[in-house]
Design a protein around this ligand. Structure first.
Ligand SMILES: Nc1ncnc2c1ncn2[C@@H]1O[C@H](COP(=O)(O)OP(=O)(O)OP(=O)(O)O)[C@@H](O)[C@H]1O
Length: 665
């Protein structure tokens, strides 16, 4: 059994329904230490045969046996292994990876061995020394002569220490001096006990070998042994591995660095999409925050004022009155009835406090018909007991009322002490009067001097007094204190609607709605929903930019696949798996995605700073607020979109036929 055996190899191409038979039954045996020259005219099928031996082409009839193992029986994984471990390819047109240095080109093959990085670099350096290119280790292929390039290719082919070197017209593109040098190296490789198979149509080159095989018109015409094969040399076993994602990532980086302008532009383009998305989200949350800030600085949106739904009291008694005294009594009675109807009882407040999402329900009293007197002035005003709807933020001068104190609105202060010096109302004693009906159905005036503890920014004639004080004032005049509202404090703004819905469900005995409620929580919540909706629409529109960038990435990657088709062929010939090839493009997409996200976030921050600076003098509030979550979302979207964009190009690259890739022009 020979080391390598070809059994009746037939190969045909079908072009335009016409079958073109290239190899017509090739039977050949090869052994280690042989230096075989396959000699023949152009188009005779030499390269086709080499591709079959090298495991690149498996569309043929017959079989190739390597140490008795049939290539035909090998699956994809085993064939890749065969190319990686057994075969070293040298091509007529060198096929070096243009964006890798000489050293990295050689290392590419070594990366598929399990040696340490230091060992790999040492081995690469020694191979370059062997082919006389140590000084050029850090140069790039386009800085080398043809002969030098071919010597790099030889070093690369030797790097994985394969048993067979296939050199397809290695000197075809070289002058006689370089031909001599390259053939000397190939000879020395055979002398080390490897099987070297060269393809040539030069008799002079063929004469270097130990055996010449004439292949013409797809057939072996004759074989000529011109020298003894070299002895086999025992070699140290090499452990192999596949190219991992890290290696492919590194290669992608090297490729992107060489094509930096193209990738810079695509990263810039994609970053516009990401920055517009994060800025739109930031603007949405900024506007929402601003609106909420503006609203909540005036009112408490989580406090709902609940009062009784009342009907006008039938004044029948008044109509029936015969004397002035009877009429007065009827009027007083009507007022008491109205007050009773409007009363919110302690047990009702308790029921309201028990509703879902409600923290508390506190009773209070409101009257729209109070009067306020200061010196000789009397002003009709409203009065309410202190409660959580009166925000500290609204008190512009002084503080909340305690004991015999009252908090008044700015407008009332202006009416009482004059527009210019209204602040002087602070700490002044004013008279607060309310007309009421006592327990004996007699009209009385509730009256007390209260000290102005504070002035609110409110533009109405309002007074706020502590509930205790008002209660005491009522009791003093023998008037029953009947709270007519309760402040329902809700745990969260988003629960206001739900609580209001529950309040609506309270019914009177005649099945009518029992309570009215006033509050702006519902409105604020709806407003927030609209802003969120508008933000989502704007973000969606900004997302179109992302779609465009995804298309740009797809185009760039397709261009990249097309430009790198030969490189893909070389990598496959060196023993890279299909998956390694797709990793090459996923790594590029990942890099584009991450860099675009970073640049996009930087732009976003820049827009945020500019936008906020532009409107700050106007609203004194940062209108763009890019949150951490929006930034994280931006990065994720960018990376995911880039990877999705890479799917089709990476898949196409991985499925490229190695032979067609290598002959790609
Ligand atoms: N993919 C292909 N489809 C169709 N025909 C092909 C294909 N590849 C090669 N051929 C044909 O096969 C024949 C043999 O080609 P091959 O490259 O093996 O010849 P060769 O002996 O190596 O020639 P040269 O010395 O010029 O490199 C040629 O006639 C060529 O046109």
């Amino acid at each position: 059994m020979s080391f390598l055996e070809l059994h009746n190899i037939h190969k045909a191409y079908t072009l335009n329904h016409h079958e073109n038979v290239i190899l017509k039954g090739i039977n050949l045996n090869f052994d280690r230490g042989e230096f075989i020259s396959i000699l023949g005219e152009s188009g005779g099928g030499k390269s086709t045969l080499m591709n079959i031996i090298g495991g690149l082409d498996h569309q043929y009839e017959g079989d190739v046996l390597i140490e008795g193992e049939s290539l035909r029986s090998m699956n994809e994984r085993r064939l890749t292994e065969y190319r990686r471990e057994t075969i070293g390819f040298i091509f007529q047109n060198f096929n070096l990876v243009s964006y890798l240095s000489v050293l990295d080109n050689v290392l590419l093959s070594l990366k598929m061995t399990k040696q340490s990085h230091a060992e790999q670099v040492k081995k690469a350096a020694s191979l370059l020394k062997r082919v006389g290119l140590e000084p050029q280790a850090h140069q790039y292929p386009n800085e080398l002569s043809g002969g030098q390039k071919q010597r790099v290719a030889i070093a690369r082919a030797l790097a994985s220490d394969p048993d067979i070197i296939i050199a397809d017209e290695p000197t075809g593109a070289l002058d006689s001096q370089n031909t001599l040098e390259v053939m000397d190296i190939l000879y020395s490789i055979a002398a080390e006990g490897k099987l070297v198979i060269t393809v040539t149509h030069s008799q002079e080159v063929a004469d270097y070998g130990t055996r010449i095989v004439h292949l013409d018109d797809g057939q072996i015409h004759d074989e000529l042994v011109i020298g003894a094969p070299f002895d086999e040399v025992a070699k140290k076993p090499t452990k192999y591995r596949t190219l991992g994602f890290r290696q492919m990532f590194k290669m992608s980086m090297q490729h992107m660095r060489r094509m930096w302008l193209r990738y810079l532009l695509i990263i810039f383009g994609s970053s516009i999409g990401i920055s517009s998305i994060v800025v739109m989200l930031g603007l949405g949350s900024g506007i929402q925050n601003y609106m909420n800030h503006q609203i909540t600085s005036q009112v408490n949106p989580t406090a709902v004022q609940v009062s009784k739904k009342t009907k006008a009291v039938d004044p029948a008694d008044q109509k029936d009155a015969k004397t002035a005294a009877e009429y007065k009594a009827a009027v007083n009675k009507t007022q008491t009835t109205a007050e009773k109807n409007a009363q919110v009882t302690a047990s009702e407040a308790k029921q309201l406090a028990k509703l879902n999402y409600v923290d508390s329900a506190k009773l209070g009293y409101y009257s729209a018909a109070a009067t306020t007197g200061y010196q000789k002035k009397t002003v009709t005003s409203s009065l309410q007991t202190d409660n959580t709807t009166v925000l500290d933020k609204t008190i512009k001068q002084g503080k909340r009322p305690k004991g015999n104190e009252v908090l008044i609105g700015r407008k009332l202060a202006k009416k009482l002490v004059g527009t210019k010096h209204y602040k002087q109302a602070l700490n002044k004693s004013i008279t607060v009067k309310l007309s009421a009906v006592d327990n004996k159905n007699t009209a009385v005036t509730i009256n007390r001097n209260l000290k102005v503890s504070g002035i609110t920014g409110s533009n109405d004639l309002s007074m706020v007094v502590p509930a205790k004080t008002l209660k005491a004032m009522y009791q003093k005049q023998n008037v029953t204190y009947r709270p007519n509202f309760t402040i329902v404090q809700i745990s969260k703004l988003s629960h206001v609607k739900a609580v209001e819905h529950q309040i609506k469900q309270f019914k009177t005995s005649d099945k009518k709605q029992k309570f009215n409620y006033t509050g702006i929580g519902d409105l604020v919540d709806s407003l927030n929903t609209y802003i969120r909706l508008a933000t989502n629409v704007l973000t969606g529109v900004a997302g179109i930019a992302l779609l465009v960038s995804a298309i740009m990435i797809i185009v760039v990657l397709y261009v990249s696949v097309s430009e790198r088709t030969r490189e893909i062929g070389v990598l496959r010939a060196l023993g890279a798996r299909k998956r390694d090839i797709s990793h090459l493009f996923f790594a590029e997409a990942l890099t584009i995605g991450v860099l675009a996200a970073i640049v996009g976030l930087i732009f976003g921050q820049l827009w945020q700073a500019l936008g906020n600076a532009a409107v700050y003098s106007l609203i004194k509030y940062p209108i763009v607020r890019i949150s951490g979550a929006a930034m994280l979302g931006g990065v994720t979207v960018s990376v995911v979109i880039s990877l999705l964009a890479a799917l089709a190009p990476a898949h196409m690259a991985a499925r490229l036929d190695p032979v067609e890739s290598l002959s790609h022009e």
